[in-house]
Design a protein around this ligand. Sequence first.
Ligand SMILES: C[S@@+](CC[C@H](N)C(=O)[O-])C[C@H]1O[C@@H](n2cnc3c(N)ncnc32)[C@H](O)[C@@H]1O
Length: 405
Amino acid sequence: MSGQPALIATCAQGLEPVLEAELRALGFPRIRPLRAAVLFGATIQDGYRALLWSRIASRILFEVARFPCADRDELYDGVRTIDWSDHLGPRSTLAIQFVGVSRTLRHSGFAARVVKDAIVDQFRDKHGQRPSVDLDDPDLRIHVHLAAGKATVAIDLAGPPLHQRGLQREAGPAPLKENVAAAILALAGWPAAAREGRPLCDPMCGSGTILTEAAMVARDVAPGLHRTRWGHDRWRGHDATAWKGLLEEARQRKEAGRTVEVGLYGGDVDPDVLPFAVRNLARAGFADVVGQLVCRDARTAQAPEPIPGLLVTNPPYGARMHDEARADELLRDFGDTLRHRFLGWTAWILVGRPRQARALGLRPSARHPIRNGRLDARLLEVSIADTPPRGGPRGRESHQNSERS
Ligand SMILES: C[S@@+](CC[C@H](N)C(=O)[O-])C[C@H]1O[C@@H](n2cnc3c(N)ncnc32)[C@H](O)[C@@H]1O
């Protein structure tokens, strides 16, 4: 065994720099980016604070051991050396997640069984009883990561992944994960823009994930505050006093942020999907934003306020919902709408294919790679000139008229 215990925040690949910046802004010490993860913090309280306040992390892992591991025997011995009675009891249930391979440990299912055997053998030898496996709702989730000949064993403090905000959201056919939406908002500089009173508009908002996350940021609502299940609930090392204190602080901050004015605007052309956004925002406590949602074609959208703001949106890629040609045509017309009606705004548009980026017809000042589920997407950052181009938007008359929801 070696090294000081550490906390590991995991994330979608590509989001490491955004997560790193978020953890720095939260004030954690000892931050170091890894692949699809960021090392941070020093204490279990740091882990709890990240659970409640990281909008971008997928999981928070609390490292309990790290050891050289070349094969099955080293894995078994290393796991068995940990005193598991610090973490669970002989009648507890557990689930193992094993990530990584070595020359001789090529199958994660096999490696996970070796880890489980080492733990249950320790209990059987000491107590004559052993924990059992429960993959759905275990008392403890144990995460083992094998890379470069080293195994890292950690307690998964999150339990259900952190993008689940505990709000039972209703999702349309292609929803963004909440933590991906939060990462996009962080890249777009929404926290500062919200403080400056600038508006944010998502004219293809679907079930309203971007708007809900934006409201949470603006009103200082901890992303974990509504969750009721955590990985540490039945962990023997859980510090209930520290956790309660952090929850209470998060409740007070939410209360203090309740009256913050926030200019959020959204729309969607699909009358069946827009009610999801309305209900999701209401469920999250942002019913006052709901009056600003409109059922309309994004190509007829207007800047909702005279102050230039951020337009953040995730149009159909063409892969799952529209066919590609229709998705490209939509972006071509939408690019026109932006040039003529969103003067001085900054647009952040998540596209799934390079052709979509070209179809927009606006030169992005940056392209950020973002993994969205199984898609390698790109977030385009586009500064829209504050003077209109000559001529009106193409094909405007052919689009349906605005209509309030
Ligand atoms: C990828 S989904 C957005 C998902 C959303 N970010 C969420 O998390 O639910 C794209 C959305 O664009 C909407 N859409 C497609 N064409 C549109 C148009 N011309 N105007 C406005 N919305 C449109 C679809 O109805 C769909 O809800």
